[in-house]
Design a protein around this ligand. Structure first.
Ligand code: ADP
Length: 178
């Protein structure tokens, strides 16, 4: 398994699936979600509406898959991160679930590569150091538990801002991921 740390825009990632930090409605918003919808084109929103028609809403910590349309990535995995409420509302386990379920979903589709943004660290207000720790720890756990019989060979952490990049660098070293 190759785990890479990347500084930049996730919409440019040439992987099988990029992960979107979505909300319950999958109806599009700002931040990384806005960038992904803009780059993927209007078919992505139509596909999200179809998913919502089927499931009602996407709960926190869950993940659903659509095609990637105009993106270089073939698929988008939409996951709903937790809003930070101070830390006693199961925020860390919900965030871990986003990473775990996105990886499970990618593996269940036979995908070989996936790129994650820094889920919940924008408008959802999750502290960046803790989010980086949860993300790297969870991915490490998933690799140890699941990767041996998985198609998945490459996992990218894509950081848009310097602060996230710095924390990821530190946490990935601590987790022996780089
Ligand atoms: P959330 O609501 O889950 O907090 P945001 O989109 O507000 O989602 O922010 C999540 C993270 O995505 C933030 O760290 C932000 O810097 C980052 N981000 C914003 N645009 C992009 C992009 N084009 N590529 C990768 N990451 C991005």
């Amino acid at each position: 398994m190759e785990v890479k740390l990347i500084k930049g825009d996730i919409t440019k990632e040439n992987v099988d699936a990029i992960v979107n930090a979505a909300n319950h409605t999958l109806l599009g918003g700002g931040g990384v979600d806005g960038a992904i919808h803009k780059a993927a084109g209007p078919k992505l929103l139509a596909a999200c509406k179809e998913v919502i028609k089927r499931i009602g809403s996407c709960p926190t910590g869950e993940a659903v898959l659509t095609e990637g349309y105009e993106l270089p990535a073939s698929y988008v995995i939409h996951t709903v991160g937790p809003v930070w409420h101070g830390g006693d509302k199961q925020e860390t386990s919900s965030l871990a679930s986003c990473y775990f379920k996105s990886l499970d979903l990618a593996a269940s589709k036979g995908l070989t590569s996936i790129a994650f943004p820094n889920i919940s660290t924008g408008v959802y207000g999750f502290p960046k150091e803790l989010a980086a720790e949860v993300a790297t720890y969870t991915v490490k756990q998933w690799i140890e538990e699941t990767a041996y019989d998985s198609t998945l060979k490459e996992i990218h952490f894509v950081c848009f801002d310097d602060e996230n990049y710095k924390w990821y660098e530190q946490k990935m070293v601590e987790q022996n991921l780089i």
